[in-house]
Ligand binder design. Structure first.
Ligand SMILES: C[S@@+](CC[C@H](N)C(=O)[O-])C[C@H]1O[C@@H](n2cnc3c(N)ncnc32)[C@H](O)[C@@H]1O
Length: 248
């Protein structure tokens, strides 16, 4: 695979998580970001651990297939690794992420990777959806929407979450996070996130969820969401929730 000449946030996260799927351009960008903000590995470990607890909770509720948007690099405690009995379709809009993901998952018969624009569910390949998220719209599924909301404006995010609500069967779950206002104190790091990046206070997520009903845990700093021990000392950079489309 030709080496990309632009960094990607998804591969920077892989670097911070100690993964193997990033390039020198990503490492350089990760070091520049850390110089402007601070050490990122614990922050992204807390976010990935939230993904793990959320996916396990959804699987324990009886869900056995997942659709992942803005998936990035499908390793380091990602969905199919924490729910190995489930089938998983990872999607992203970045062609490099898609090629990388397809290579990583080439030997898997339970997890696949394809194109999918989260803001238009119709862009997901129906054949892949049918294979990895069987009964889409008729059986409960888990929709994973992490690391993505920060790149969508409020109107687009609310519409997208509502379209997903409409598309899934009752009993389906959504795991979602927003970027808090942590970077406001680090203007240089904030500028590196680009003009489309949106920070939001935690109270803003509830209204954006629309008809999705958050679990009793509500919207919490990700390290605190059903923490399975004392939460690590990490800044509240991300706030997450799991929400359900109620049955009946
Ligand atoms: C910050 S990364 C997060 C990756 C992954 N979810 C994680 O937590 O490691 C954001 C990802 O969202 C993807 N993305 C951006 N806009 C998107 C859209 N409209 N639909 C789907 N993916 C999108 C980017 O290509 C990128 O891979």
């Amino acid at each position: 695979m030709a080496e990309p000449d632009q960094p990607s946030t998804a591969r920077m996260i892989d670097f911070w998580l100690g993964g193997e799927h990033h390039y020198p351009v990503d490492v350089a960008a990760a070091h520049a970001f850390e110089a402007a903000y601070g050490p990122c590995p614990p922050v992204f470990r807390a976010l990935r651990a939230f993904l793990g607890r959320a996916v396990r909770a959804i699987a324990e509720a009886g869900v056995d297939s997942f659709l992942v948007f803005g998936a990035g690099v499908p390793t380091r405690g990602n969905v199919h690794e924490v729910a190995p009995e489930a089938t998983v379709l990872y999607t992203d809009v970045d062609p490099v992420a898609i090629r990388l993901g397809q290579r990583i998952l080439a030997d898997s018969d339970r997890a696949g990777y394809g194109y999918g624009d989260a803001t238009d569910i119709g862009t997901v390949d129906p054949a892949q959806l049918h294979r990895f998220v069987p009964g889409w719209g008729r059986r409960p599924v888990g929709v994973i929407f992490l690391g993505l909301a920060a790149f969508l404006d409020d109107e687009t995010l609310a519409r997208t979450l509502d379209e997903l609500y409409e598309a899934v069967a009752p009993g389906s779950f959504l795991a979602v996070d927003i970027d808090g206002e942590e970077l406001a104190a680090y203007p240089e790091a904030l500028a590196m996130m680009g003009p489309a990046f949106r920070m939001r206070p935690p109270a803003s997520l509830g209204p954006l969820l629309g008809r999705w009903v958050p679990t009793d845990d509500g919207v919490r700093p990700v390290a605190h969401w059903r923490a399975d021990g004392p939460p690590g000392e990490v800044p509240d950079a991300f706030f997450g929730a799991v929400a359900v489309k109620p049955v009946g």
